[in-house]
Design a protein around this ligand. Structure first.
Ligand SMILES: *[C@@H]1O[C@H](CO)[C@@H](O)[C@H](O)[C@H]1NC(C)=O
Ligand SMILES: *[C@@H]1O[C@H](CO)[C@@H](O)[C@H](O)[C@H]1NC(C)=O
Ligand SMILES: *[C@@H]1O[C@H](CO)[C@@H](O)[C@H](O)[C@H]1NC(C)=O
Ligand SMILES: *[C@@H]1O[C@H](CO)[C@@H](O)[C@H](O)[C@H]1NC(C)=O
Ligand SMILES: *[C@@H]1O[C@H](CO)[C@@H](O)[C@H](O)[C@H]1NC(C)=O
Length: 274
């Protein structure tokens, strides 16, 4: 999983079309550009989701705009060509979608949201706080609507003792959506990984600890999680390095958490903040 993440980053952050010409649809290629930052822009935290019909959606943190937003790109040909289809903007806080997006597709209906609904989240922050909000698109990521506030923390600050939240990631399992994130609000842990669960996308249950080390200063990083079905004979098809509890309905999760403290550019002055 870790390698996969790094390779994906390398591909996403690459520039210019692969040597030897345009990538062919549904073929192998390297270094195919999805988006080339212009002017003062820069991109971090690339995220993608492959939809049931094979469409790939990708997004990224984008600095250089106030308020910030997540540009959303679509590929219908296996990543060979990309189209900028929408911007996921903050509709409620006035803070922008500052950084750390995540995308997911509903595989089964939840509340009024049908299978095929695209979910988007991320960190909306200002000098007044950090908020992880949920948005939904019912038109294949062309337009987005605010659904719910998942969690809220103090202003961005990566020092232990400060109380922000960071880096959400979404996983639907059966009738439950889990929103994983990195959490500095617990006075017992400089930072921990936690999640909250919803069954209707509107209301969210309590904070459930996933990785919370005994040592206060340990910062377990961020959660990236995938569902890997169990093999037919019942043995698990993966190992779970840090044993992150799955959503209540049991799954076999596989996680990647970085060994060193992440520093999501936690300095509000370096980011859109008003
Ligand atoms: C990707 O393309 C850029 C620009 O041409 C080049 O600098 C970089 O070395 C390439 N990276 C890989 C991994 O091929
Ligand atoms: C996204 O926002 C940028 C900046 O406002 C704008 O130039 C661009 O046209 C928007 N793109 C889409 C697909 O909405
Ligand atoms: C960041 O948090 C630490 C710990 O609470 C605090 O001492 C420091 O003043 C904070 N920095 C900013 C810029 O708020
Ligand atoms: C069943 O489990 C064994 C032992 O873990 C494994 O070697 C084998 O490949 C599994 N078979 C299937 C069909 O998944
Ligand atoms: C931060 O909070 C203060 C006090 O409530 C308010 O005046 C200010 O507009 C807020 N700023 C932002 C960016 O939300």
């Amino acid at each position: 999983m870790l390698w996969q993440t790094i390779i994906t980053l390398a591909v996403f952050a690459g520039q210019v079309v692969a040597r030897g010409g345009k990538p062919r649809p549904f073929s192998y290629f390297t270094n195919n550009t999805i988006y080339q930052p212009v002017g003062k822009e820069s991109v971090t935290y690339p995220r993608y989701v492959e939809l049931e019909d094979g469409t790939i959606l990708a997004t990224t943190s984008l600095t250089g705009h106030t308020p910030g937003y997540f540009p959303v790109f679509e590929s219908k040909d296996g990543g060979a060509s990309w189209k900028h289809v929408s911007n996921l903007t903050d509709q409620v806080n006035g803070w922008g979608m500052s950084a750390q997006p995540a995308l997911a597709e509903l595989k089964t209906r939840m509340g009024p949201y049908k299978a095929g609904t695209i979910l988007g989240t991320g960190n909306s922050w200002s000098n007044n706080g950090t908020k992880i909000d949920l948005y939904a698109s019912t038109d294949r990521a062309r337009t987005w609507k605010f659904v719910s506030h998942i969690a809220q923390g103090g202003r961005p600050n990566t020092t232990n003792g400060a109380t922000p939240i960071w880096e959400p990631y979404l996983l639907q399992y059966k009738g439950t959506l889990a929103a994983y994130y990195s959490d500095q609000r617990d006075p017992k842990h400089g930072q921990k990984l936690a999640h909250q669960e919803s069954r209707d996308l509107k209301t969210w249950g309590p904070v459930i600890n996933d990785v919370a080390y005994d040592q206060y200063i340990a910062r377990p990083g961020m959660t990236v999680i995938s569902y890997i079905p169990q093999s037919k004979n019942g043995s698990s098809s993966t190992s779970s390095p840090s044993a992150i509890p799955p959503p209540t309905a049991s799954t076999t999760p596989s996680t990647t958490s970085s060994p060193t403290p992440r520093s999501p550019s936690g300095n509000p002055s370096a980011s859109p903040s008003s």
